[in-house]
Write a protein that binds this ligand. Structure first.
Ligand SMILES: [Zn+2]
Length: 275
């Protein structure tokens, strides 16, 4: 649980996830410690906007510290966008860093009450902002997405459906994904997204895993599903190119550490297990 009410004990060494402007203070040499492990009096206290205990890492407490501007400097550390750390840092560091960035995004975008427009105040009891005028309490927004690796067997070859969206660099293909709409189940979302984006129908939908995607506040629910019909036709408003790729002839795909990579690996592992 996130605890804005807890501060480190005097002389207690804790992990610090120091965030400012969508960046995080990471070690220049990640082999040692990826983030600062210091007592609070060792952290230069400049311009602190918010602190909270956000979890535990390597059996020690982890705290976030939010700064208005990235002016804090610590020898051996530098500011980095969290996204750059994906696949390089320990997955637990990425998850806690994502939590810190999401909290920062939440506080930065909820300074005014959505009901009456008054200035909100930060709650110290829980992660929330409260309107002192109308008492409206607002909690962080989390946006669920589905992400799915769709596969089919053509003769004795298993193929997976990959596409390149506008945000993907040249040559990088991934599995399909999309945001859950209001009033929609994950399965309904999955069927709608693959219909809209690729004009295909799927069956045998199986949940695999989930991953936070703190850009800025998504939660990815990862599935694999079997192709059930339809002529592949990509939605040109979202996807530039794509198609069916044999598992042993994949193009460049997202790096390990991403849920897309995990889903593609899951499809591969099933083929290996059955052969
Ligand atoms: Zn209000």
């Amino acid at each position: 649980m996130i605890h804005p009410d807890i501060v480190p004990e005097p002389n207690e060494r804790v992990w610090w996830f120091i965030v400012s402007g969508n960046q995080i203070l990471f070690a220049k040499e990640p082999a040692n410690a990826e983030i600062p492990f210091l007592t609070s009096n060792e952290v230069p206290g400049a311009d602190i906007e918010y602190t909270a205990k956000i979890g535990t890492y390597r059996d020690a407490p982890a705290f976030m510290l939010m700064q208005a501007t990235p002016e804090l400097s610590l020898p051996g550390y530098h500011w980095q966008p969290l996204r750059n750390a994906l696949g390089f840092v320990d997955p637990n560091v990425f998850a806690l860093g994502g939590r810190a960035c999401q909290i920062q995004h939440f506080l930065g975008t909820h300074q005014f009450c959505g009901r009456c427009g008054s200035h909100t105040v930060q709650s110290r009891d829980e992660l929330a902002v409260i309107c002192p005028e109308c008492e409206f309490t607002c909690y962080p927004r989390i946006s669920p997405c589905i992400i799915v690796a769709i596969y089919r067997d053509v003769e004795n070859t298993r193929e997976v459906l990959l596409a390149r969206g506008f945000r993907h660099p040249e040559g990088m293909f991934s599995v399909l994904a999309g945001f859950v709409e209001s009033g929609e189940s994950l399965e309904e979302c999955l069927r709608r997204e693959v219909r809209e984006e690729a004009n295909v129908e799927v069956t045998d939908i199986r949940y695999v895993t989930s991953q936070i995607w703190p850009f800025p506040h998504s939660l990815m629910a990862g599935f694999i599903a079997r192709y059930a019909g339809g002529e592949l036709a990509l939605d040109p408003s979202e996807l530039i190119e794509g198609g069916w790729f044999a598992l042993d002839q994949l193009p460049q795909t997202p790096p390990s550490g991403t849920i897309a990579s995990h889903l593609i690996a899951t499809v591969k592992a099933e083929v290996n297990a059955s052969s």
